[in-house]
Design a binder for this molecule. Structure first.
Ligand code: GAR
Length: 227
């Protein structure tokens, strides 16, 4: 009998812009030699800066410009064709700034994962850092979650918190939250690659062997909030 090898987890990453979360995903897969393959990075804008970075890394890239399609449904159908060609286990939304149609979400049910820059269910939608400052919350953060047809909603895989400091601007908060976003994706991509993530009967996320799925930004960097 030959040695059994760990199945490779096939990942497609969707971006709209700079792609720093996507870079973290790529770097984590490589640095940790995870049993995962980034099959494609796909953007809804041909000039997304992250596409150029991914191309330089030798990763297959594709643009599916949403402006080329008359309707949201037509764009989502074209995007689904591009993704399906990669036969992914998971589709990671990493700064992908399009609202997806229910049909698209159903098609990829259980495979679509999004990062959102707030502690959901607080502050869905856009301008989350402004919303947090306007509300006067003392903790803000980010959430990695499975996608459902409801915008910025779905089973939570991991969350990360940052303190809100007096005098913070939205940009200050965005920069602090982004550090935690990268930590979340680095951990979650490992959990996915190692096959640890599942949903229970209540549609809550379980991660086998992982006690803490919450992270916090401290002066020493981002740390699990319990050990
Ligand atoms: C990130 O802050 C991400 O959470 C946010 O866009 C930024 C993309 O940065 N996503 C959303 O707001 C989705 N609703 P990146 O391109 O450097 O990863």
């Amino acid at each position: 009998m030959g040695a059994t090898s760990t199945p490779v987890c096939r990942l497609v990453v969707l971006i709209s812009g700079r792609g720093s979360n996507m870079q973290t995903i790529v770097d984590t897969v490589r640095a940790q030699a995870l049993p995962a393959e980034i099959c494609a990075v796909i953007a809804n804008k041909a000039d997304a800066a992250g596409l150029a970075w991914a191309r330089e890394q030798g990763i297959p890239v594709q643009a599916v410009p949403h402006r080329d399609y008359a309707t949201r449904e037509a764009f989502d159908a074209a995007l689904a064709v591009a993704i399906d060609a990669c036969q992914p286990d998971y589709v990671l939304l990493a700064g992908f700034m399009r609202v997806l149609t229910p049909g698209f979400v159903e098609h990829f049910n259980g495979k679509l994962i999004n990062i959102h820059p707030s502690l959901l269910p607080a502050f869905p939608g856009l301008h989350t850092h402004q919303q947090a400052l306007a509300m006067g919350v003392q903790w803000h953060g980010c959430t990695l979650h499975f996608v459902t047809p409801v915008l910025d909603h779905g089973p939570i895989i991991a969350q990360g918190m940052v303190p809100v400091l007096s005098g913070d601007t939205p940009d200050d908060l965005a920069e602090r939250v982004l550090q935690v976003e990268h930590c979340l994706y680095a951990n979650v991509v490992r959990w996915l690659a190692e096959g640890l993530v599942s949903l229970d009967a209540m549609q809550r996320v379980q991660v086998r062997g992982v006690a803490s799925r919450s992270f916090v930004l401290t002066p020493q960097g981002v740390e699990p909030s319990q050990r």
